[in-house]
Design a protein around this ligand. Sequence first.
Ligand code: NAP
Length: 261
Amino acid sequence: MEITSISNAFSLKGKNAVVTGGNKGIGAGIVTAYAQTGANIAIMARDEVTGQKAVNDLKEKYDGKYVFIKTDIGEFASCKASVEKAIEELGNIDILVNNAGVKTVGNLLDMGEDLAEWHKCINIDLNGAVRMSYLVAKHMRSNGRGGRIINISSNAGEICSKTANMITYCSAKAALNLFTKGLAIELSKDNIRVNAIAPGFIDSSEDIPDHLKKHLADMIPIGRLGHVLEIGALAVYLGCDISDDMTGAILTMDGGHSIVI
Ligand SMILES: NC(=O)c1ccc[n+]([C@@H]2O[C@H](COP(=O)([O-])OP(=O)(O)OC[C@H]3O[C@@H](n4cnc5c(N)ncnc54)[C@H](OP(=O)(O)O)[C@@H]3O)[C@@H](O)[C@H]2O)c1
């Protein structure tokens, strides 16, 4: 497509988006940015209380169509039923944001022989995005409308912090980055763009105590944590036609943290 003007270039009016983990944290920031730029949204997560509340809040403020669909991205059958439900509710899916994730802290050799923490994190942070991408990309390819897949990775996919002990999480996000590039190639002729955002420390929860925020901010060159709406704004860009020339990109947004770590 040829862009001749950037007036309304950052509008998602008429687009239908699925945001996993859109009920809280960074996902809620992406959902807010998507609602404010006109998208209809299906939020997928496990917790019905926060999921339904998020949808009710959106309905009060904005004019789009918003639904919560209870989903466990750790289970293929749950993902499949939820994608079918989203298509039924919204008509089709134009944008998939694979945001849901879990953080696993701990050394490999401290795990039991079942490597439970390893398998849990890989099953959600990597395989959850794979399951959802498989299902939604098949839908996008078969309806011929193209689409956008946006994976929420982490700067931990590019660097291994000596102090954070996040070997499993780092491995999952590193694999998600290469999955993003591989899928971008596989879907390049289907007008489906696949990109990732790699945030650093984000002020994503009221539960982060002030002293910890300060400690984290001190490690970041710009001296502050990122905001969820900043991630949302980048996800809007990646969801819009104006980013059509971008695929297989991993966009780091971390206040410069990964430059100095
Ligand atoms: N916060 C940061 O500083 C930061 C930095 C870099 C990258 N990230 C990445 O950004 C994403 C969001 O992080 P966050 O900090 O906002 O996380 P969060 O506040 O802990 O929220 C995690 C989200 O994922 C959902 N989720 C977890 N397991 C799920 C499952 N099995 N099925 C469906 N949904 C599931 C949760 O909803 P339910 O519990 O209701 O299922 C929740 O909405 C993650 O991929 C994370 O790795 C975060």
